[in-house]
Design a binder for this molecule. Sequence first.
Ligand code: HEM
Length: 437
Amino acid sequence: MGDARLYTFAFVVGVAWLVVKLMRIGRRDRALPPGPPTIPLLGNLHVLPRKFVFLKFSEWKKEYGGIYSLKLANATAIVLSDMRIVKELLDDRSSETSSRPYFYALEVLAKGFFFVLATSDNPVWRASRKSIQPFFSVQATDAHVRIMERESSVLLHDVLHNPNDLTSHIIRYTFSSITDLAFGKRVLKPDSPEILNFRSYIRTFAKAVSPEAAPVDLIPILRYVPDFLAPWMKLWCETQTQQRSLYFSFLDHAERTTGGGKEKSIIQTTLEQRRELGLTREMVAYTGGALLDAGTETIATTTRSLLLCLMSRPACLKKAQEEIDDLIGDKRLPLASDIDALPYIQALIKERLCPGIHFAGTSLNVAVMRLIWAFDFSLGDDFSGADRPWMLEDDYEDDMKGIALAPKEYFCKVTPRSAERAKVIEDCYNLYNNSDV
Ligand code: HEM
């Protein structure tokens, strides 16, 4: 009898302890900045929107100020929405704050070799960053202008001949610029297998690392669920297969084409230095592949969004075109060296901070300058299926899951601004692409 009571007592205490422990999951610690009220286990997960979370963040800023906290089950997120606080914490005190949370989903599916978004104490991150750094300085970007000018001449030519496929042409422009820079391989057709594979892969990738598909980073205990019970495992395997096939096919190309006096790509140079850098062949493939992932959709979606904004504000488009026309006229294409003399265009394109900042800034400027120099853009009547202005919530895609904010496919009218400009496009296309400029 005495033993039975003891066991009952121990059981009740055990259950009570477990309940208290569970009730604490999701609770905000007193030391944290304020934030929306939490509920046990989930914290604030139940009020976090599945789409366009930054809109909710702006709303919460009004209520909780420029720095507030969110409880995501057991994890904590601090949201900074005030530039003064961002500068103080991420710039002035960067030695204390500059790292990232560990990303388990990414670590597993990319076997620990994907350096973009890795933590700064990760040796692969350090070695990969060291290998790419020399190629992304301001001076190095000046040397890569040749790539952007040549690829944008193809962009203009493609748009001139097939204006309805604007999105595909822009994606080809950014993809080929980066495959050339990283692996020394151009991709000339918007429907080439490399681009179609990349577009399919990047969507699978975005889904595979999203907390919706695999909440392992929010609820770490899920890491121990056996593979056959974890639906995200299948998605991770599929993504890994697509990712490796893409990255290694470009690596093979870089290895095959090394030598012959041609300027070396980032990956050809890295392959030569890989022992000193402490990188294996596999890690080099992931370093180059990560550049494709980091640079393609980001520049393409920014260009597409910018064109959409300009079409919605025809007066701004006109002002930008006037600035270009005053400087350049219609006898030649704008060049990267014109950017500094075009302050209005520059103001339209402001980049966020990342290693690709100079490359991205120049690539965006070259594409946008040339597109609006060459063509008039206007939104078609059936752009959104209704007579209404475009809306973020309705007209932007959700399947990039926060990796890039992409407008849905939109219909717009694109017309050459003059026969003379169309001729310049044809001439430049032939010059850049039929000779080794
Ligand atoms: C409009 C264009 C671009 C935008 C908006 C953009 C944005 C970003 C953002 C938000 C990050 C994460 C930063 C962080 O967590 O600290 C990032 C990282 C990165 N981006 Fe970009 N990016 C763009 C273009 C590019 C290009 C063209 C490249 C190179 C080809 C590039 C290479 C990288 C790399 C290597 C990282 C990882 C840095 C690291 O792990 O330390 N980006 N980018």
